[in-house]
Design a protein around this ligand. Structure first.
Ligand SMILES: *Cc1c(COP(=O)(O)O)cnc(C)c1O
Length: 397
C-alpha cells in the first residue's frame, strides 16, 4: 500500500530543488523560487491523471474533507450520510463543521449500501459522503443517481483509494468534490498532505480560497488580495508538495505492482469454500492496496486473524475489533467527547450514537479480514505468504 516503501532519489531531487531556493511557501516569491512551483505542479499532474478539472493540494486528507464540505456549502445543522466503516477522520471533519453525521449500512462492497442510504434521507440531509475503503470503490454510480434525484451534494472520501476507478472514471471525480490523503501510509505520500478535486469551477475557487484564510489569489500582491469569505489555514508547504510530486509520478507503477501481488494472494485463498471475497463493482479499477475477504462468522474470522499473525503474516486487519476504522469501538465519538462544546452542541440534539444499530454492517465487518498488499515483497516473500495462508486455512477448514 504505502508509497513510503519506494522512496529515494526522485523524492530527494524534488526536495533539493526547494532547499536550493529556500522558498517553502506555495504562493508568491516569484523571483526567488527559480521556477519551482511544487504544489502547483502536483495539482496540475493530479488533475490530469484523474481526469478532474481542478485539484487543490492541502495539508492533510482530513483538511481536504473540511475544505470540501465548506466549498460545497455543507455546514452547521446539515445531515450528511456516511458509512460506519471508515477512518474516524471522516466523522471528525463532519463534527468540526457542525454537521450531523447519519450512518447508513455498508454492504459486501465494504462501502455504503445504496438502499440503506435511501432509507436514511430526511429533509435535513444535505450530502452523501461515501468512503472508498481499502483501495476499491463504493457503488458510486448508484450513489450518484440518488444524489442527483434528491438534489444532494456528493463528496467522495477517496483518501484510501488514489488510482481506483469505475468504468474508467477515477475515484474522486464522480461527485461535486473528491478528497485524497497523502499521509505517510497512503498509496502516495507527501509526508502529510491531502487534496480536493472537482470539475466545478466555483467549488474549486471556494476550496483554494477557504484553505488559505479566504484569499482569492487574484492579482500579484498577496497583501492586497480580496477575501470574499472567511477561511482557515490548510496550506501545504513546498517541501511536502515536492515529495508528493516525485511520489505521484510513480503511481501507475505502484498500482501495477499492487495488482500483481494481490492476484497471487487471492488465488491462494480462492480454493477454500468457506472464503468469499469483497464485492468490487468494477474489479479492473481496484487499486489493490488490500485483499479483503469474508469468513464464516466472527469466531472463525478472529481465529484466522490470530493464526495468520502467529504464523508471521504482518498487515492482517480484523477491523471489527480495531479502535479506529469501525464505529463499534468509537466510544469517544459515541459520547461526543470533545475538548469544548461541539459547534452545534447547544442548538441541536445529536442522535444518541451509542444506540445506533447497524446489524447488516456488523454481520459483514465481524466476518471481514483484510490483508495489506506491500510493494516491496520479493517473489520469495510472496511465496512465504502463500504458504502461511495455505497452512492456516487447511488447519481451520
Ligand atoms: C487517511 C484517511 C483520512 C484522513 O487523511 P489524513 O491525511 O491522515 O488526515 C480520511 N479518510 C480516510 C478514509 C482515510 O483513510
Amino acid at each position: 500500500m504505502p508509497g513510503f516503501e519506494w522512496f529515494g532519489d526522485e523524492e530527494r531531487k524534488e526536495v533539493q530543488d526547494v532547499l536550493d531556493t529556500g522558498v517553502l511557501f506555495r504562493y508568491g516569491f516569484d523571483g526567488a523560487r527559480k521556477g519551482h512551483w511544487k504544489a502547483r505542479t502536483f495539482e496540475e499532474e493530479l488533475a490530469k491523471r484523474l481526469g478532474a478539472g481542478f485539484a487543490h493540494l492541502c495539508s492533510s486528507g482530513t483538511a481536504a474533507l473540511s475544505i470540501a464540505l465548506a466549498a460545497c456549502g455543507v455546514g452547521a445543522g446539515d445531515e450528511v450520510i456516511v458509512p460506519p466503516f471508515t477512518f474516524v477522520a471522516s466523522v471528525e471533519a463532519l463534527l468540526t463543521a457542525g454537521v450531523i453525521p447519519v450512518f447508513a449500512e455498508i454492504d459486501e462492497t465494504l462501502c455504503l449500501d445504496p438502499l440503506s442510504v435511501l432509507a436514511a434521507i430526511t429533509p435535513q440531509t444535505r450530502a452523501i459522503m461515501p468512503v472508498h475503503m481499502c483501495g476499491a470503490m463504493a457503488r458510486i454510480e448508484e450513489l450518484k443517481t440518488i444524489c442527483d434525484e434528491n438534489n444532494l451534494v456528493l463528496i467522495e472520501d477517496a483518501c484510501q483509494s488514489l488510482g481506483a476507478s469505475c468504468q474508467g472514471r477515477s475515484a474522486g471525480t464522480f461527485g461535486h468534490a473528491g478528497c485524497f490523503s497523502f499521509d505517510p501510509v497512503k498509496t502516495v505520500t507527501c509526508g502529510e498532505g491531502g487534496a480536493v478535486v472537482t470539475s466545478d469551477q466555483m467549488i474549486y475557487f471556494n476550496a483554494q480560497a477557504y484553505a488559505d484564510h479566504g484569499h482569492d489569489h487574484v492579482g500579484a500582491d498577496r497583501g492586497i488580495e480580496g477575501h470574499p469569505f472567511l477561511g482557515m489555514n490548510y496550506r501545504i508547504s513546498e517541501l511536502n508538495a515536492a515529495v508528493g510530486v516525485a511520489q505521484l509520478r510513480k503511481l501507475d507503477v505502484i498500482l501495477a505492482r499492487q495488482r500483481a501481488h494481490k492476484q497471487i494472494l487471492k488465488q491462494a485463498l480462492a480454493s477454500y469454500p468457506n472464503v468469499s471475497f469483497r464485492v468490487i463493482p468494477d474489479e479492473a479499477g481496484d487499486s489493490a492496496t488490500f485483499l479483503s475477504f469474508f469468513l464464516e462468522d466472527a469466531d472463525h474470522a478472529r481465529q484466522v486473524a490470530r493464526d495468520l499473525g502467529a504464523a508471521g503474516m504482518d498487515g492482517c486487519f480484523y477491523w471489527y475489533d480495531n479502535n479506529w476504522h469501525y464505529l463499534r469501538k468509537w466510544d469517544h465519538f459515541k459520547q461526543l467527547k470533545s475538548l469544548s462544546n461541539l459547534p452545534f452542541h447547544l442548538q441541536t440534539a445529536y442522535p444518541d450514537y451509542s444506540r445506533v444499530h447497524l446489524p447488516q454492517s456488523d454481520h459483514i465487518m465481524s466476518r471481514t479480514l483484510s490483508l495489506q498488499i506491500k510493494l516491496s515483497w520479493t517473489p520469495e516473500m510472496l511465496e512465504k505468504r502463500v504458504g502461511i495462508i495455505e497452512k492456516v486455512m487447511n488447519d481451520r477448514r
